[in-house]
Ligand binder design. Sequence first.
Ligand code: SF4
Length: 363
Amino acid sequence: MKYIDEYRNHEVVKAVSQAIHKISEKYISVMEICGGQTHTILKYNFEEYLPKNITLIHGPGCPVCVTPVSIIDKAISLASRNDVVLVTFGDMLRVPGSVGDLLSAKANGKDVRMVYSPLDAVKIAGDNPEKKVVFFAVGFETTAPSNARSVIEAKKLNLNNYYLLCANMLVPPAIEALMNNKNVKIRGLLAAGHVCTVMGLKEYEIIAEKYHIPIIATGFEPLDIITGIYEAVGQIEEDRYEVVNKYSRAVSREGNLHAQKLIELVFDKTDKEWRGIGVIPQSGLKLKDEFYEFDAEKNFILDGIEVREPKDCIAGEILQGMKKPADCISFGKICNPEHPLGAPMVSPEGACAAYFRYRQVQQ
Ligand code: SF4
């Protein structure tokens, strides 16, 4: 299949890995930001391809994983109301809150529905005028444009029963938080190709310059990733720090201007809490005041929920690349995909789920 098979060609991947062996001398850590990239790295066993002096560490780019317990509790609280239909993506149903998850709420008769697009939630609102329909919006810059579109559509249709519970996060402020954390040692970054497709590369140029770190826009197939690593290693060996686009079949420097305009039209930046990490300044989105009537947090009473983080879950350290899933005492024992303790074991992009799927035998 075009754009897939050629990026999984083992011989070409091996040739690039041999080139990395030739240029690599320093002991360095390179972080892949996106959980999709983490899964490829585990699936294709990249450790075999790379010299021992290069460590790959996994970043916070799994939207389900970084959604904090506090907002999942709010979604569960909304779902418990008889007048609410709680709508979200399938990934979110099994993410544990302080008590239970949305799937349990559904099993207990609450109206929780799974959709593939926020516009489906708008349709549910139109079809059910007697109900309040809340879309639990998670994700990074990739999902923000369609979430914004849903609010514009609801306004156009004069719906007064559609709300957004907004947990949209922004990647660059999280990268800055990692760079400012003295416990995190990163010399190169593989930026998430799909986020760059929407936002372009300009924000990353500022970070590369500020922290003297190469940032490579990288796709998700094995050849994308090994090429991204080659570029990062080459720059580090030569003490360079540039933003380079190795995903040019999807990413341009400007990004998708139409999608960026939608985000700017509907959302403002705000401080957001990240699971296990804490509040990162200006790292998320909230609805602008002019869209007040669509903001679930402003139209429902959601205060007073006692938040309980799962005990023995080190998701925060894993999401910052300070530890790996195998370092967690719960991994594969009391925490597994059937009974996840934390979000990184639930999401198809979660690092713990990736290690469980591809590495559990070696634990
Ligand atoms: S293995 Fe489970 S308990 Fe441990 S960090 Fe991952 S999600 Fe949390």
